[in-house]
Ligand binder design. Sequence first.
Ligand code: NI
Length: 167
Amino acid sequence: MAVLPIYEFPHEVLRKKARKVKKLDKSIHRIAEDLVDTMQNAQGVGLAANQIGILKRIIAIQLPEEDPRVYINPEIVDKEGEREVTEACLSVPGYRGIITRSIWVKAKAWDREWKDVRIKAEGLLAQALEHEIDHLNGILYMDHLEQHQKLEKIETEFNSEEVEVEN
Ligand code: NI
């Protein structure tokens, strides 16, 4: 288990598409553990493997007061609605922006036991799933900003722990 450095924008690994995991072996378990450790150390809600420099489709998500989840090869299979959310990213420290996310999403993935899981999510979990799966496709949340919007620099007295959502 290890806390790894988080790659920051504009590092090119954040723009690469991660590859599907074909089989669950020790190395995948290790990546999953490192993702969870690194996410928890940074007090983030989620982290994708790209952010620790690994181009495999693995994400970790931890909602407040919940245990960490790991999803392997996650995919959004359905989604509906639009809502505005404030979003930030551990790979873009010091900034946040208002973007549009879905009201709910349905996703499928494998868990760490290689069991098929189906997730119907709304609220923060839906937002985190969209944000982290975007990472696996080389997409950052700023890519969803409308032209007239812009990133807001977080005031210095506003430390990163107070940001509602850092993924
Ligand atoms: Ni992020």
